[in-house]
Write a protein that binds this ligand. Structure first.
Ligand code: AMP
Length: 229
């Protein structure tokens, strides 16, 4: 029997797609939309860690102070969590990674997993944004406590302040979306994650998307990229 995996499927996304870009680039908003449209899992390592923190698991207890400082969680902790998640059957038809990989060792390990399990290269969508806009986007971000829908008090406010348009859930601010933590998160991106742009571009698997467009236009552009062979 052929190995079940991304390369062997004939419908759906059919591969691993990585959304790469700094915090506040719109990856989370776009991942939710695109994953919904392709009906594939949306794997956000930040969401996974927040869930562990919320449940108070041993992993959550280790990750919490690191996340509160805006630094990256050590690679070994991230990698075992991701490897476990993408081995599940629902990832066999493709999946979208949001916030992973974030370091070169993470990217190399992901390559190894994708080659072994799925026999395919990932497609990397790189969100290009004006760094001056990121602080405003991040300080204005609010997330629905029920469904995770993302708003921005400046650019994409809810109809009723503090409440999600979809399900009425409370809109909350992430603890790491405070100015002093944001500065460290952006620095961590420049230091540890930006080198991945060259890593993937050099292999011809990276496509740039203008992340400064309106969210609906970005979604349309990403869908067009994904439809290309
Ligand atoms: P995010 O929701 O993607 O902004 O992630 C929130 C925080 O979770 C980050 O600032 C890191 O502390 C941690 N985190 C998420 N993904 C990773 C990753 N791939 N590698 C290391 N730390 C991560």
């Amino acid at each position: 029997m052929p190995e079940a995996g991304v390369a062997s499927t004939s419908r759906g996304l059919g591969r691993a797609v990585i959304f790469l870009g700094p915090p506040g680039a719109g990856k989370g908003t776009q991942t939710r939309k695109i994953a919904e449209s392709y009906n594939v899992p949306h794997l956000s390592t930040g969401d996974m860690f927040r869930e562990h923190v919320g449940r108070g698991t041993p992993l959550g207890q280790r990750a919490k102070p690191i996340m509160e400082r805006g630094e990256l969680v050590p690679d070994d902790l991230v990698l075992s969590m991701v490897e476990d998640r993408i081995s599940r059957p629902d990832c066999g038809d493709g999946f979208i990674l949001d916030g992973f990989p974030r370091t070169l060792p993470q990217a190399e390990k992901l390559d190894e997993i994708l080659r072994r399990r799925f026999k395919s290269e990932p497609l990397v969508v790189h969100f290009v944004v004006d760094p001056n806009q990121l602080m405003r986007r991040l300080t204005g971000r609010r997330t629905c406590a029920i469904g995770g829908e993302i708003y921005n008090v400046y650019d994409h406010p809810p109809k009723v302040p503090g409440r999600c348009d979809r399900d009425g859930g409370e809109l909350v601010q992430r603890p790491d979306d405070r100015e002093e933590v944001i500065a460290e998160r952006l620095a961590a991106y420049e230091r540890q994650t930006r080198p991945l742009v060259d890593y993937y571009r050099g292999r011809g698997v990276l496509k740039d998307v203008d992340g400064m467009d309106a969210p609906a236009a970005v979604t349309k552009n990403v869908l067009e990229l994904l439809a290309q062979k």
